[in-house]
Write a protein that binds this ligand. Structure first.
Ligand SMILES: C[S@@+](CC[C@H](N)C(=O)[O-])C[C@H]1O[C@@H](n2cnc3c(N)ncnc32)[C@H](O)[C@@H]1O
Length: 279
């Protein structure tokens, strides 16, 4: 058994996944530097077969497809129907990329892969050790993985500043939930992540920090509107209900205003781990 991912599957097929699908271009442009770092760490070669875990709207699958070329193959796996619909449209003219709607922690995966990659798609497993044991079994002997995941929420002001302001605006408990629960920051603790991967049977583990400025919007207002559609603050806004949205947006705008550059744009540090290892 690989845990119960029912809630995540429902979220990514509901309004969370629909918002990601609608905002694909904008979200990809913010997260591409982190994905590029993971792809570089995977050292993908022409002709290889690669599995993209939690591929979402397919941005990293397309980037890797360009590297593996006509003799290679990329399979993107994801639970989210709305996000995969976008991915399939984007890859319609390509013969070396396919997508599978399935829970990566249990799915029967076709063939064995040279490499597993992921951009922020592996932190949502209810039982991460069981999930990574399953994923390791999809690798060829000596195959490798490289993924990018967020460091703790406390290391990521792009996430915690808006979330804190949103919680304050609705009078909610300012303390975030269990930091290790499935979600964007589940692998924030480097030693905890190393233990998960080691227990799952991976070797030669390397977990290195990678930081890039996270663009939130062209003004504090547009940043506040963006983070209430996608990301940790959006979950708070969704749970609070639409009546609270104007107050939440206003509170986030005020919290982000001191960080705006002279042209109004808002960038805040985005701190990740790039994890690599071998089967
Ligand atoms: C933060 S999004 C990242 C999407 C994409 N990799 C990107 O960078 O744009 C997380 C992705 O993981 C997917 N996901 C969550 N749990 C999953 C699971 N058990 N199996 C496969 N995909 C999963 C979600 O549907 C979502 O597309």
């Amino acid at each position: 058994m690989a845990g119960d991912n029912t809630k995540q599957v429902a979220d990514w097929n509901g309004s969370v996944g629909e918002r990601w699908a609608a905002d694909q271009e904008r979200t990809d442009s913010f997260t591409r530097p982190y994905g590029d770092a993971a792809i570089a760490a995977a050292n993908v070669l022409p002709g290889e077969t690669v599995l993209d875990i939690g591929c979402g709207c397919g941005d990293t699958s397309l980037a890797v497809a360009a590297i593996v070329g006509a003799h290679g193959k990329v399979l993107g796996v994801d639970v989210s129907a709305p996000m995969l619909e976008v991915a399939r449209k984007r890859a319609a003219s390509l013969r070396n990329v396919t997508f599978l709607q399935a829970d990566a922690s249990t799915a029967a995966l076709p063939g064995l892969f040279d490499a597993l990659i992921s951009r922020f798609g592996v932190m949502f497993f209810d039982d991460p050790v069981a999930a990574f044991i399953h994923l390791r079994s999809a690798l060829k002997n000596g195959g490798r993985f490289a993924f990018v995941c967020w460091q703790t929420a406390a290391e990521n002001p792009w996430a915690y500043l808006p979330a804190q302001a949103a919680r304050k605006a609705i009078g909610a408990d300012p303390t975030p939930a269990d930091p290790h629960a499935p979600g964007p920051f589940a692998f924030g603790d480097r030693e905890g992540l190393k233990t998960i991967l080691r227990t799952a049977g991976f070797a030669d583990l390397l977990i290195e920090g990678f930081e890039a400025p996270m663009y939130l919007g062209s003004s504090p207002r547009s940043a506040a509107e963006g983070v209430t559609r996608i990301g940790p603050a959006s979950r708070i806004a969704l749970d609070a209900g639409p009546a609270h949205l104007p107050a939440i947006v206003q509170a986030i705008e005020a919290a982000l205003a001191p960080y705006a550059a002279t042209d109004g744009s808002v960038f805040l540090p985005g701190r990740t781990w790039i994890a690599t290892g071998h089967a």
